[in-house]
Design a protein around this ligand. Sequence first.
Ligand code: GDP
Ligand code: MN
Length: 337
Amino acid sequence: TVPMEYYYSQVINSTHTLELANRKRANATFVILARNSDLDSTVRSVREMEDRFNRRHGYPFVLLNDEPFTEEFKRRLNAVASGEVFYGQVPKEHWVQPDWVDEDRATKGREQLVADNVIYGGSVSYRNMCRFNSGFFFHHPLLQSFRWYWRIEPDVHFHCDVNFDPFLFMQDRGKVYGFTITMYEFDKTIPTLWETVKEFTKLHPEHVVKDNALGFMSDDGGETYNRCHFWSNFEIADMNFWRGPAYQDFFAFLDSKGGFYYERWGDAPVHSIAAGLFAHRDQIHFFEEIGYEHNPYTHCPKDPGMWERGKCGCDPARSFDYDGYSCMRQWDKFVGN
Ligand code: GDP
Ligand code: MN
């Protein structure tokens, strides 16, 4: 009889390894912020990403954590990723609440949100995470050589085959920010954010792009924020946009107001508002064909052709897109669908 090795080697040697090595790739990586305790759920997210997309591409992964990753974490992740995996620790200065933040005021802010039953209302580490994702991840040494990233999280799902390279798509079309789910932000987490944004744009009108996406985020020409934002647990975006002068000035200004700690500003509205003001409206892209789930919401392609080609496991009838809490209607109206 033929030894088992023969059957294994047939598959492994056929095309895959060679194809991956020669594959045209963008200067891109996945980015995952995770805790050691997120091990199983991170492995599951990466496993699905590999099956649905990355095993045909071999893009690398950058894993970041405010603590050192354990050897077990690395061993389990290395086993599922087709591309190289880099593990990094977030420097303290990019993570912990800065000294100049008034701790009494921050405590009162947290107590208020706890009293209001706002999710993560009392959590300092959640605020650290939001501020890090807003202002620092793209400065991490492990990300310096990359331009494009796809952010994923532990415990998310990819419901369809991704039969194209979203990074090359972004690059070829000059896109800046890609999303799959958009919704309203809780107003209690951002009471003064929009006022702060308006203050900034008055100070720095030079950063505001003509033909931006303000019309998606405001129903009255910028006076008030309608709270629509892109859900940032999924992002495919250009780090050079975050590293550029407009966003750098914007983040520094927001950070100086302390709202990441006095309130609970999320990286989702912060990124979204920036993409909406400092990029051209055509540079924001809705990835309809990428079926995606982050508890409790799922985006499932509604176009039957897309759904079939993607061999999607999700039910389009259950897609979040036209849920009452989704901002997809605003997006459709804005782009003229
Ligand atoms: P949610 O999606 O808003 O409910 O928040 P998550 O708990 O999913 O956190 C968002 C992301 O940040 C996930 O990738 C988490 O693994 C990560 N994260 C949140 N808090 C921490 C933390 O304290 N340390 C680390 N290393 N990662 C965190
Ligand atoms: Mn999450």
